[in-house]
Design a protein around this ligand. Structure first.
Ligand code: FES
Length: 115
């Protein structure tokens, strides 16, 4: 199902925006080569990635324990590593990619394709 999310001009390059696409909350990122949609919460212990940093036009770094995810694919680039000792929690919270959705653009309208 293709759901209208926002205007392309609503998300400056290098930033993200949280939208509701049907029943899914989706975080849309604007990178140099387009727009990409991921789940809005970190897979480690669910911190909001909207408050994270976008690094090198590629990754989002979680604001809580600094896990890094490839925004285009959702794959884990670096798992939670802060503060020291977080590895104890990682025993039960192992690496898990972010869910992603396709983004389509029609004129200046941005759509997210969800199931
Ligand atoms: S909640 Fe994101 S790294 Fe822990």
């Amino acid at each position: 199902m293709r759901i209208a999310a926002c205007k392309t001009s609503d998300i400056p390059q290098g930033e993200s925006r949280l939208i509701q696409a049907g029943e899914e909350a989706v975080l849309i990122f604007h990178l140099s080569d387009g727009f990409f949609a991921t789940q809005p919460r970190c897979t480690h212990v669910f911190a909001p990635l909207k408050r994270g940093k976008i690094l090198n036009d590629k990754c989002v770094q979680c604001p809580l324990h600094r896990a890094r995810f490839d925004i285009r694919t959702g794959e884990v680039e670096d798992w939670a590593n802060f503060p020291p000792g977080i590895q104890l929690l990682n025993v039960v919270r192992g690496e898990k990619s972010l869910k992603t959705w396709p983004v389509e653009i029609d004129g200046d309208q941005l759509f997210v394709v969800v199931n």
